[in-house]
Design a protein around this ligand. Structure first.
Ligand SMILES: Nc1ncnc2c1ncn2[C@@H]1O[C@H](COP(=O)(O)OP(=O)(O)OP(=O)(O)O)[C@@H](O)[C@H]1O
Ligand SMILES: Nc1ccn([C@H]2C[C@H](O)[C@@H](COP(=O)(O)O)O2)c(=O)n1
Length: 666
């Protein structure tokens, strides 16, 4: 996950490949709660691993429910209708799918058996209304207190108290369908007689109620539904584990990849695995809206294949009442259309992680779009001239994910503007690896992918600086010295003369080199430590002087220029490999300082070294690197010089980040 203040996306041109969706958030949290309330043990496969499911799991643990995790399988020992802990204080972050159902289940259990539970969350959770559920629970006889503001969390649920199950429970359905879901999941706990729930007002997000009913069915509870106004939980209903259950892929998350396919899968379709025509989730109907905009979509039972169809996309008017979460993606797709698009039925956006209508309108305007909004609708004009924009995400995972699609702007006409996503880690709520997955599918012109070059002599701190910059910006790193070191090491292993260009160059051209998890492998062998030996460094300096070796490693180095960007460390990054890089830094420090740093580094690793010897080796290496004819070590004409002899690592990093910030258009 990119746990950094912002992530810059370069302009993107195409998409290709296969994505396997993470488990659905809505299904994961419903199943977790039902499994916890049920009798018996439930093995849940494909559970979403994200913040919202984590808060549910932790809350269940606090309540005394036993569970274990093995990869994406979680096994829950059901508590059979009675919470082991009669008292608990639960923190539920901003997870509506945890707050509402837990509130209903714990209120009923406190009423029946006695108890004292407090439910709280992040500040935004305390602004999200829960009055309709509180009113319904109070109507049932539960004791529910709003601890701060009436109608909002935090809540305190206490008991015992007498429940009135003989008259229908009334709940409003026009703010959030989660209130009804919460009651439907909790009421089987007390259904000694038929319990009737009546919905007041037009029920929104009906497909989510379908999911609830289908999952209750898997847990042995057959709710009778009369239209969308009346639901009966039959007397004697009890949640019983189905044994094993599988969580289907997240259909709301699929919307980003459906859009990606519609915009940018030009030759062959993007394959999206985890949801398809068999999906329980209503958000899969997002595919209808995308198709209406012109996407070419094929459905398989558990997969979607999407490519660009009509182009530009068609502007649409769409009632999104059934697909509120996925509908945000349509608002960004609308930028690529041939006319305006109007999305209606999205009043619930106002009470989600943020006021999504306001947030969406504000951020689309930053890109240059004309946007109108109303209480429950938004109208977006297509964009002709794209502006680089820094997108605020409001701690809302869906803002971050759907605005990643704005980086496809070169496809929209006169674009090619980078897009900055602020606080990209907010995707942790439902899709921690979203950006990694996205980057694995998209393609950009190499010239659009930014590179920061850090060249300089040995032990000046290039590698340290490159790693820190890459970490701060979410970029890839190229340690080009490792390629020369690996060549020297392989040549030494093969008993070659390091000056034998004809023998060493073919070795460089076919190096089975692999970087993984901060380690360097040659074939199956981990050579990380071996390559850092001083003798190998000196050997690298020798083979690096051979033009055929440099030529053999050229294409390999270019291949590291990948979305979202690269920090490249070496001797000729700015002069020979990435001459068009937007920022080149030539990093130096006095030879005495560098010898001292290397000495400290070696002693720390437990390698004995003497400072005079190191200084002599380092000066010999400098001389060879600077005086060779092929790509000698020297600053590029447009390089910024940074002498860090008297700078800390942090100060060097801050300086380069400041130079980088000056270049960015945000
Ligand atoms: N500004 C700095 N101040 C003090 N120490 C530093 C500074 N920058 C780097 N160092 C330390 O110097 C040592 C050498 O740094 P590093 O390995 O990054 O150099 P390098 O230029 O990449 O070397 P090489 O070219 O040999 O790979 C490390 O122990 C690092 O922590
Ligand atoms: N782009 C590069 C990177 C490295 N070299 C040579 C010169 C160095 O002495 C040797 C080892 O590099 P290090 O790991 O110390 O950065 O490799 C080069 O010529 N060009």
């Amino acid at each position: 996950m990119f746990n950094i203040p912002f992530l810059d996306l370069p302009p993107l041109r195409a998409a290709l490949g296969t994505v396997t969706l993470p488990g659905s958030k809505s299904i994961s949290n419903r199943i977790l709660l039902m499994a916890a309330l049920a009798e018996g043990r439930t093995e849940i496969h494909g559970l979403l691993a994200a913040d919202d499911t984590q808060v549910m799991l932790e809350s269940l643990r606090t309540l005394g429910v036993q569970w274990t995790r093995d990869g994406d399988t979680v096994t829950v020992d059901g508590m059979g209708g009675r919470v082991p802990q009669a008292q608990a204080d639960l923190f539920l972050g901003n997870a509506g799918t945890a707050m509402r159902p837990l509130a209903a289940a714990l209120a009923l259990m406190a009423a029946r058996y006695g108890g004292d539970y407090q439910l709280r969350g992040v500040p935004r959770m305390h602004e999200r209304p829960i009055r309709d559920l509180v009113d319904a629970l109070r109507g049932l006889g539960c004791q529910v207190d709003c601890l701060a503001q009436a109608g909002y969390p935090p809540l305190r649920l206490t008991g015992p108290s007498s429940l009135h199950l003989d008259t229908p429970v009334r709940v409003r359905g026009d703010v959030s369908s989660q209130f009804l879901t919460a009651l439907l999941m909790a009421l089987p706990l007390v259904a000694q007689r038929d319990v009737v729930v009546e919905v007041e007002g037009e029920l929104i997000s009906k497909p989510y109620i379908d999911i609830t009913l289908a999952l209750l069915g898997r847990f042995g509870v057959r709710v009778q539904r009369d239209g969308w106004q009346r639901f009966t939980i039959p007397a004697g209903s009890r949640l019983q584990s189905p044994g094993r259950i599988h969580v289907e892929g997240d259909a709301s998350a699929a919307s980003y990849f459906i859009a990606l396919g519609a915009l940018a899968a030009l030759g062959e379709p993007l394959r999206i695995e985890g949801v398809g025509s068999d999906a329980l989730q209503g958000d899969v109907r997002f595919a209808d809206a995308a198709a209406a905009m012109g996407a070419d979509i094929r459905l398989e039972p558990n997969a979607l294949l999407v490519q660009r169809g009509r182009w530009p996309l068609r502007g649409i008017e769409w009632d999104c009442i059934a697909i509120p979460d996925a509908a945000m993606t349509l608002a960004v797709m609308a930028l690529f259309a041939d006319g305006p698009s109007k999305l209606t039925g999205i009043g619930s956006w106002r009470v989600k992680e943020t006021d999504r209508i306001a947030a969406m309108a504000t951020e689309l305007r930053k890109l240059g779009a004309t946007v109108d909004e109303g209480p429950d609708w938004i109208r977006v004009e297509p964009l002709r001239e794209w502006r680089p924009a820094s997108i605020r995400t409001y701690d809302d995972h869906r803002m971050a994910m759907c605005f990643s699609l704005a980086a496809l702007n070169p496809l929209g006409g006169h674009g090619a503007a980078p897009v900055r996503i602020e606080d990209p880690a907010c995707v942790a709520k439902t899709y921690p690896d979203y950006f990694e997955t996205f980057f694995g599918l998209v393609q950009a012109d190499a010239a659009d992918v930014p590179v920061i070059c850090i060249d300089g002599p040995t032990a000046s701190g290039k590698g340290t600086l490159a790693d820190e910059l890459a970490q701060a910006l979410g970029f890839w790193v190229l340690d080009s010295g490792a390629l020369y070191r690996a060549t020297a090491w392989a040549a030494l292993q093969a008993g070659l003369d390091l000056n034998d260009e004809a023998a060493v160059a073919p070795l460089a051209a076919t190096l089975p080199l692999r970087f993984a998890g901060g380690q360097v492998y040659l074939g199956e062998e981990n050579v990380t430590e071996a390559l850092r030996q001083e003798a190998v460094g000196l050997g690298a300096s020798t083979v690096a002087a051979l033009p055929a070796v440099r030529q053999a490693l050229h294409a390999l180095q270019l291949g590291f220029r990948r979305v979202p960007g690269l920090v490249a460390d070496g001797r000729d990054m700015g002069t020979a490999i990435f001459p068009d890089a937007p920022l080149k830094v030539f990093l130096t420090a006095s030879a005495a300082q560098r010898a001292q740093r290397r000495h400290k580094q070696l002693i720390f690793k437990g390698v004995s070294a003497n400072i005079e010897g190191l200084l002599a080796d380092l000066e010999a290496r400098d001389l060879r690197d600077k005086t060779r004819s092929a790509s000698p070590l020297k600053p590029a004409q447009d390089a910024r010089l940074l002498d860090n002899s008297d700078l800390t690592i942090e100060a060097s990093v801050d300086q380069v980040l400041a130079w980088w910030a000056d270049q960015r258009p945000f």
